[in-house]
Design a protein around this ligand. Structure first.
Ligand SMILES: *[C@@H]1O[C@H](CO)[C@@H](O)[C@H](O)[C@H]1NC(C)=O
Ligand SMILES: *[C@@H]1O[C@H](CO)[C@@H](O)[C@H](O)[C@H]1NC(C)=O
Length: 555
């Protein structure tokens, strides 16, 4: 990971150095002309306003891989793959929240918030590039006073979705005092305020999830488990915390393997084979949906023995993965299901005119309706009905991360309000000509505490919210589809020992109501004793008859 990060920076440092050189050269002349040396990426969605909020979402899953021969200027990074309709929904949750705030007469009255939302395609190099754009304006040449000023700078950033890109983003924008609020980066590492002093999030840190998962595994008596993770900050840190907590509970690990979405097929195949050949029944998978999808597709290529899956929050509530029927029985902690009034109508109100002028929405439309807007095959003409679509973009039955985005935007708006306005209701006075510094937003963000649609928003000293999860279980219905059912709750604000409760029956793998067994060796019956197997973990042993003169009368 460090090498990936270093690569991202070195690729883009060209731009950074250049723009600083511009500032330096200009400082000697009386009128300063700053010239952007690199190329710019246009926002996927944008709107002008008195204050601009930046947004970065993984609207695509990865970037085009290019091999550089270092003889010509590299082409700009490009996103590839198909559109992530769920991330598209997240970006629209941001737009929705901003429009709602602009309509609101109590929050920021008379002030218009704008946005610049970009596709960072879960890529470090792309995110680093965008981070620089958040610090500059989109103008190629600009004249300013004493230096290349911050006129185009955003007030705060919502994003990125993943932990690794969020880390790279934070490294660049943090020195400029720009606060960042991520809706879904959960790596516990981001709670370190020495490293990430201006990072906030509306989703709980994996610190809580890892401990809760270990308790869950212990509670069901599974002492022999397999571990799969994505080779990212999310997967590596999440799994490390889980394994540490699991070890304390006396749980043994048969295997621990990692993979990443852009790894060669042979590597993904190897990970799938480890799961196929394992003897442990339970598989704990700490991976984002984007990676999980790749592994599940590989596993589904041929039948394999049933497994009891335990999922991390990123994929365990993703409706898009329910098509893999072997996942029935899966359990895990997910972000709470929530309601955002008016959001569904907003999503469905996407007009064809809006679609036709946006390359990103055009791509989404063409993918969804299997037609093309520009060419003459099967032409999209606007008669397509978005209400008939079954896509994560229009699925509002289980709003989870969208609410995290919504909360993040409101937190930033409250911070701007508190820095800019006197008073808090319809009588509030806001002066849009006040020159706001992002540092002030940062100070106010640390103090925000409000409730929206019944959900509380505040941050602790690490920039983290109170950890609340739903325990979810993937249950097959009569109709043969898999439902993601809420069967319990985890609330870290409750006293120790009471955080966790299960309030509904869990249906395990293969539709069983009996807890599956996942042990290396079964219990030794009376008359026998445990003999550890050489070179194997302590959960693996043989039962041998007691020697003469000794008895064992318990199991
Ligand atoms: C904001 O107000 C306009 C005009 O009344 C309305 O058309 C729009 O739907 C509102 N947007 C939201 C998100 O509430
Ligand atoms: C607005 O807030 C002020 C105090 O900040 C309070 O005196 C006033 O009654 C409030 N007005 C309304 C309409 O709620």
């Amino acid at each position: 990971l460090n090498s990936v990060f270093a690569l991202g920076v070195s690729l883009d440092s060209r731009n950074q150095r250049s723009s600083f050189t511009g500032a330096w050269a200009g400082a000697e002349a009386s009128s300063v002309k700053c010239k952007l040396q690199g190329s710019i990426h246009l926002p996927a969605f944008s709107m002008d306003g008195d204050f601009i909020i930046g947004g970065a979402f993984s609207l695509h899953s990865y970037t085009q891989t290019v091999s550089h021969d270092y003889t010509i200027m590299p082409e700009p990074v490009r996103c590839k793959g198909s559109i992530n309709a769920d991330e598209l929904q997240l970006s629209h949750a941001m737009v929705f929240a901003i429009e709602e705030i602009n309509n609101n007469t109590e929050l920021l009255p008379g002030i218009r918030l704008g946005y610049q939302i970009y596709d960072s395609c879960a890529s470090v190099s792309m995110t680093v590039h965008l981070a620089f754009q958040f610090l500059n304006s989109l103008d190629l040449v600009f004249h300013t006073g004493k230096n290349c000023s911050q006129s185009g700078m955003v007030m705060a950033v919502v994003g990125e979705s993943g932990s690794t890109p969020s880390i790279s983003m934070s490294r660049i924008i943090s020195p400029f005092n720009i606060p960042q609020v991520s809706p879904s980066a959960t790596c516990a590492c981001l709670s370190d305020k020495q490293q990430y002093p201006r990072f906030f999030r509306t989703i709980p840190s994996d610190q809580f999830q890892a401990g809760a998962l270990a308790k869950l595994v212990k509670q069901f008596g599974w002492t022999w488990i397999g571990a799969v993770r994505s080779d990212t900050d999310y997967g590596n840190n999440g799994m490390a915390s889980f394994l540490e907590a699991a070890k304390k509970e006396g749980i043994c690990v048969e295997y621990s393997v990692s993979f990443y979405r852009t790894h060669p097929h042979s590597r993904i195949q190897k990970v799938a084979d480890v799961i196929r050949r394992s003897t442990s029944m339970v598989v704990v998978a700490f991976a984002p949906s984007g990676d999980m999808r790749i592994l599940l597709a590989e596993l589904s290529r041929e039948p394999f023995p049933p497994r009891q899956w335990i999922g991390s929050e990123s994929w365990v509530t993703n409706p898009g993965l329910r098509k893999y029927s072997f996942l029935a029985g899966t359990i895990g902690f997910g972000i709470q299901k929530s309601v955002i009034p008016g959001f569904r109508n907003f999503l469905l109100n996407l007009s064809f005119a809006q679609v036709a002028v946006s390359p990103l929405l055009t791509e989404f439309w063409e993918d969804s309706f299997n037609c093309t807007i520009k060419e003459r095959k099967k032409v999209c003409n606007g008669t397509e009905d978005i209400k008939t679509l079954q896509t994560p973009y229009t699925d509002t039955s289980q709003l989870r991360i969208s609410n995290m985005v919504y909360k993040a935007v409101y937190a930033i708006a409250h911070a701007i309000h508190n820095a800019l306005c006197q008073g808090r209701n319809v009588t509030a006075q806001c002066d849009k000509l006040t020159k706001l510094q992002s540092k002030q937003i940062l100070t106010e963000l640390k103090k925000v505490h409000f409730s929206r649609n019944g959900y509380d928003v505040s941050f602790d000293t690490n920039g983290d919210p109170v950890a609340i999860y739903e325990l979810v279980n993937w249950q097959k219905t009569m109709a043969g589809i898999t439902d993601i059912v809420n069967v319990g709750l985890y609330d870290a604000s409750l006293p120790e020992g009471q955080e966790f409760q299960i309030n509904k029956n869990i249906i395990w793998m293969e539709g069983s109501t009996k807890v599956p067994v996942s042990v290396c060796s079964g219990s030794c019956p009376p008359g026998t004793r445990k003999v550890l197997q050489k070179g194997k973990p302590i959960c693996c042993y043989d039962c041998t008859a007691c020697p003469e003169g000794e008895i064992s009368n318990t199991t």
